[in-house]
Design a protein around this ligand. Structure first.
Ligand code: IVH
Length: 659
């Protein structure tokens, strides 16, 4: 993936995860995954400022609230979030930024409670309005449900008009009890206490919320000057005096060493708290200074959230099972005794390949240390050797495919074993899952589990069968867990996928070496599946960026898979492109770089114009760049173009060109 594609990918999955988290209380990424991906995005955006997307999650405070049905509450003082830091060096950098102008403030360290942030408003000392953070500017009214939180005062010790903010959370004990009951009742357990808290707060029936025994800690006093409160320490004491529940573990520190000692202390002690904390919030204590230091769009510059390192947890490796990918690659996976790590239940970890298992000497029955850090999938850090059973058996990679029984092949220089049987059911299923997945045909609701189920029941044997599922509507409705509504939604989603353009369909076929980027190139040069089927190796090789491997793979795909291609075409999956005759096009064979702010087009519009006129848009300047279009405030790309002697044109000149 090039940086542009990676940024688009990250923005999409992060926005989706954020909405799932804030709006549906259904985390699709763990905190660590989210943190690590957002970091990667921030780094890419810093490196390629021209590629920053307007809807990037780094530009916004939180989730959009438009999916929620709850009444909206607008914040006069926005509910900001905090910038995260992950190690002591980054904490020191924060101190450096705060103190660079000669300030030497005191700092308050507070535990970062892992719950749902909320605002509580009081009139004449009486609780009148409770709301969630939402996107930081607009939250959701959850007053009735907040009334059920016993530790939130409903009447204060003084008749003040006041707003405080804090975290509503569920203790570990209540969480475990709740999940035990849910499991007994055959209900899906909550993934973590925060998720359970969010779900409980958005209940329409407050009695359900009450039964969830939520708790709260408050930490922010809005408009403190109204009450003559000048520091965060005073604010915490003032809130406690009014009856708010303030976490007692905060500490006033006057040096970075004191702060770091606090971080070290709570990294250990947090396990004994009985509620989840995922870090420490370090805040400048003096409010007058906070006002001077200011904020970014998203977060204050006078505070940071230090995130505790990923927890490593020991558990038993119960079994090793193998999965088959669509190219036939075989992956060993650890089946673990289920265990909570950093707030989510983990029962699988990837073991990657044979070498990985041998290097770590991983054996079934071992006690292993599992970590869920930045990786999407949890990983095994090491085996706890002194707890190994004397009769454990060394790992041995399987030598036949777990699905079709064919002998596996590991080519010299490759890490993976492959099932080379084209007809292997495992490969076919992986292929169907890939075809339906989001980056390909994006058939919503036809996810991995359903594909597998329909495959095993014989409804899906190839991607073509997806488009015949409507013939089996009655049978599908009778499958446990499906029903009329979900089958009709599925069939509608399948029908909608017929509208995908040629490049999507091409990528979805899973032709070796033809991912979305190559599919895009092919779709620029061929009008349809039939057109591509009738091409030759030579013609393919004539296309810029198509080499022997891709060309060979395309030719052999169409030779071997005409049943699939024709099957799709017969069922209406036959997108036809209008081809731009590239040779005579204005920007034929030119590589153009856009930089700076363009007034007359968005970046996407300018890119489309160039591509429609036969050119390619690149994200960085090199000797091969044909010319650079410079908008306002152009930075390093302009400098580089000047240094390399690459032609630079203004936006006006560009507009003249395309006239
Ligand atoms: S201060 C201006 N203090 O962490 C920022 N936040 O990413 C005000 N949180 O949205 C937040 N414990 O939900 C603060 N002691 C604490 C906190 C805390 C948990 C949450 C809060 C915030 C998020 C920051």
């Amino acid at each position: 993936m090039n940086p542009r594609e990676r940024i688009e990918y990250l923005v999409n999955i992060l926005n989706k995860a954020r909405d799932e988290y804030y709006i549906n209380n259904n985390p699709t990424l763990s905190d660590n995954e989210y943190d690590s991906l957002i970091r990667e995005l921030e780094e890419l955006e810093a490196k390629y400022p021209d590629l920053v997307l307007p809807h990037s999650p780094t530009r916004e405070v939180g989730a959009t609230t438009n999916l929620s049905t709850l009444e909206k509450v607008e914040y006069v003082v926005p509910m900001l979030s905090l910038a995260d830091v992950f190690n002591y060096d980054e904490v020191r950098e924060f101190f450096g930024r705060v103190e660079k102008d000669g300030y030497h403030p005191t700092y308050v360290c507070e535990l970062k409670i892992d719950g749902i942030s909320s605002s509580a408003k009081y009139k004449n000392g009486k609780f009148v309005l409770g709301s969630t953070r939402g996107n930081g500017f607009v939250g959701e009214n959850i007053t009735e449900n907040m009334k059920t939180v016993a530790s939130l005062p409903k009447e204060l010790s003084r008749p003040l008009d006041i707003e405080v903010r804090g975290e509503i959370y569920m203790s570990d004990e209540v969480f475990n009890e709740l999940n035990n009951v849910r499991i007994q009742n055959g209900e899906e357990p909550f993934k973590n206490p925060r998720n359970a808290t969010g779900g409980s707060l958005k209940q329409l029936d407050s009695n359900i919320t009450r039964s969830r025994k939520l708790d709260t800690f408050d930490y922010t006093l809005v408009d403190p000057e109204k009450y003559g409160v000048a520091t965060q320490e005073q604010a915490l004491k003032f809130m406690a005096s009014l009856g708010f529940r303030v976490n007692p573990n905060y500490k006033l520190c006057s040096s970075i060493e004191e702060v770091i000692d606090y971080l070290k202390l709570w990294e250990q002690k947090r396990k004994t708290l009985g509620y989840a904390t995922d870090g420490v919030v370090i805040k400048v204590n003096e409010f007058s200074l906070c006002n001077e230091i200011g904020r970014t769009v998203k977060s204050p510059k006078w505070a940071v959230a230090y995130k505790f390192p990923a927890m490593e947890v020991e558990t038993k490796l119960l079994d090793i099972i193998y999965t088959v990918g669509r190219t036939g690659n075989i992956t060993p996976n650890a089946v673990l005794e289920p265990i909570m790590i950093a707030g989510s239940l983990v029962s699988r970890a990837t073991l990657n390949n044979e070498d990985y298992c041998i290097d770590k000497d991983i054996r079934i029955g071992d006690i292993v240390k599992v970590r869920k850090a930045g990786e999407i999938i949890p990983e095994i850090v090491e085996v706890v050797m002194d707890r190994r059973s004397p009769d454990s058996i060394p790992f041995k990679m399987i030598d036949v495919c777990p699905v079709c029984g064919s002998v596996l092949v590991r080519k010299p220089g490759e890490a993976s074993h492959f099932c080379v049987n084209e007809k292997c059911d495992g490969r076919k299923l992986a292929n169907i899952i890939y075809f339906a997945s989001k980056p390909c045909m994006n058939i919503e609701t036809l996810g991995e589990k359903l594909c597998e189920d329909l495959y095993n029941r014989g409804f899906l044997r190839s991607v073509v069968d997806i488009y015949d599922l409507y013939l089996h509507r009655d049978a599908l409705i009778n499958i446990d867990g499906l029903g009329e509504k979900s089958v009709d939604t599925l069939l509608a989603n399948i029908e909608a996928s017929k509208q995908n353009g040629f490049e999507k369909v091409l990528a979805a076929l899973g032709i070796r070496f033809v991912g979305s980027k190559v599919a895009k190139i092919l779709a620029k040069n061929y009008a349809s599946l039939k057109d591509l089927e009738n091409t030759s190796l030579e013609k393919l090789l004539d296309i810029k960026d198509i080499g022997d491997a891709i060309a060979g793979s395309v030719i052999s795909y169409f030779k071997d898979n005409m049943d699939i291609v024709n099957g799709l075409i017969e069922r209406g999956i036959n997108p036809v492109n209008e081809l731009v005759s590239n040779d005579n096009a204005l920007f034929a064979n030119q590589t153009i770089v856009l930089t700076g702010r363009l007034d007359s087009f968005t970046r996407e519009e300018a890119t489309k114009i160039i591509e429609d006129l036969g050119g390619n848009v690149a994200s960085s300047v090199s000797k091969k760049t044909s010319f650079v279009v410079c908008g306002l405030d152009a930075g390093s790309k302009k400098t580089k173009a000047e240094a390399l002697g690459v032609k630079i044109i203004s936006e006006e000149e560009f507009k003249d060109l395309i006239k």
